[in-house]
Design a protein around this ligand. Sequence first.
Ligand code: ADP
Ligand code: MG
Length: 396
Amino acid sequence: MKTIDDLGELRGKRVLVRSDLNVPLDGATITDDGRIRASVPTIRRLRGAGARVIVTAHLGRPRGEPDPKYSLRPVAERLGGLLGVEVRFATDTVGPSAQQTVSGLSDGDVALLENVRFNAGETSKNDAERGALADQLAALAEAFVSDGFGVVHRRQASVVDVAERLPHAAGELVVTELRVLRQLVESPDRPYIVVLGGSKVSDKLGVIERLLTTADRLLIGGGMVFTFLAAQGHEVGTSLLEREQIETVRGYLETARERKVDIVLPTDIVVVSKLEEDATATVVAASAMPSDQLGADIGPESTKAFAAAIESAETVFWNGPMGVFEMRPFAAGTAAVAHALTRVDGLTVVGGGDSAAAVRQLGFSDDEFGHISTGGGASLEFLEGKPLPGLQVLED
Ligand code: ADP
Ligand code: MG
């Protein structure tokens, strides 16, 4: 894979960088700037080499047209603060503002283009539509650096198509992410334990099949648990459930038994009638959930067992909160898993936007973990062994 070194002399060159600046916002306030911080090394390096840096990124899921709610303007300010330099903000992605902003750049200057998903071409399934946007993006620059690890699993204009149109390279973040994830796939120190949770259940089930061949133990929490409990024939009340996946999950449990891989499920669950901060929560056995309540966290007994298992590991990959950590009464499982990870001597990797936000929100600092991946879906698809289009395109 080509890296920034392969781009040659950068002084005076206009370099388009695809970063992942998709941060959680509360109004115009950035509640977790982890992804912005992770984007800094590449931008700083390009500036240092004298390039004119043009950053493109998305925020949220606008519907292919401008929507002020998803403007990157607050991000430009924060990025500038972190870089210690003014970041010029273009109010469109490839239109007059972008062109004017880019033509005004001097060596070492940085510009951020407005949300690339304000353009329908970005996420279009139609090659020509994506290509048209990629043509316009490519016209702004002389080289392309792909650094948005969180989007490399997406076939999108600013990720794949633009790379086909310019000399290209992987940025520092992508290189770092791949180094860590490769180690998990190729040579994890054992025992290698994977902790899975969160709510994007159907997205995440696919990785389990592959993990049954690479990991020694899977600990399952979060919304994913209930499809497993249902597969074992238990009542799951009104919990998150992927009915169509129950059979698949039964298959995983069977395969795990054959391969002697431990799939560890919680033995107790925190249940409530309604997901509310001040709801009355009770703890029940995982095999005896009431039919009119839902599971919002793993219970205290499970939390202890999960923490003990994690602390016995040499390698841990964790994706997905154990419960609805955003509400205090359901954050204990997630906090305990995070704490257990900080006590592991070997490599610990946290993947997933909400998981990364959770550890910071719960007061942990980034350096207590081996690596906090900026890409949830991308890291899972990598572990699954799927080819990622945004990486493939950097290979030739
Ligand atoms: P990540 O972004 O780390 O990959 P996901 O997006 O899959 O994780 O899931 C994060 C969300 O999962 C959180 O908002 C959390 O509230 C939710 N969640 C965790 N446990 C449960 C549960 N038992 N029921 C419903 N939602 C849950
Ligand atoms: Mg998420």
